[in-house]
Design a protein around this ligand. Structure first.
Ligand code: 5GP
Length: 176
């Protein structure tokens, strides 16, 4: 049973999300047809999004995982990022598409992009399910975006609330 906080409000239902993910998958399929594609899934928050998205992209692909830890308190990031799980697959000369759950300040993605560029991929792009534009500290180009969300703490569909609620099928926010 998912412990949904009382002050949780729906933003996007599971049906909305499924429709948007199908659109994004179709677009990515068109853009990457004939190219060696690696989906790089950033754990943990994007695991559900990535599972749905990869099945909406009807192309051969490698799927790799990285885990990043950004230091900060429970709801904000400091921009100091540590790689806690790295991929083994050499991405040199492959087309890497980073799969992220949410771009908030942009600090984590900025760090990851700088790190990945050194591995000489043929191209490096970003697909993010969510973006909180009002919180930008480091602007990051999001090549494929699911939804813009307001400046609230978002949970569900992989995004956690202190480790819980990732299995909530919808996306919502916790009212301040
Ligand atoms: P950044 O601020 O560096 O863009 O975001 C870093 C990470 O913080 C995101 O990948 C995500 O895991 C987490 N994060 C940012 N905003 C939220 C949010 O509203 N809800 C949840 N659950 N995690 C968030």
């Amino acid at each position: 049973m998912t412990a949904i906080p009382d002050n949780w409000h729906l933003l996007h239902s599971a049906a909305d999300i499924a429709q948007r993910v199908a659109q994004m998958g179709a677009q990515i399929r068109r853009d990457y047809a004939g190219k060696p594609l690696t989906l790089l899934v950033v754990l943990k928050g994007s695991f559900i999004f990535a599972a749905d998205l990869c099945r909406a992209i009807d192309l051969p692909m490698h799927i790799e995982f990285m885990a990043l830890r950004s230091y900060g308190d429970e709801t904000t990031t400091s921009g100091v990022v540590q790689i806690t799980l790295d991929m083994r697959f050499p991405v040199e000369n492959t087309h890497v598409l980073i799969v992220e759950d949410i771009v908030d300040t942009g600090l984590t993605l900025d760090y990851l992009r700088q790190n990945l560029v050194l591995r000489r991929p043929a191209s490096l792009r970003l697909v993010s399910l969510l973006h909180k534009p009002s919180r930008t500290v480091r602007p990051v180009t999001i090549d494929y975006l699911g939804f813009e969300v307001p400046d609230h703490f978002i949970i569900g569909y992989g995004l956690d609330n202190a480790g819980q609620c990732r299995n909530l099928p919808d996306i919502g926010y916790i009212a301040p």
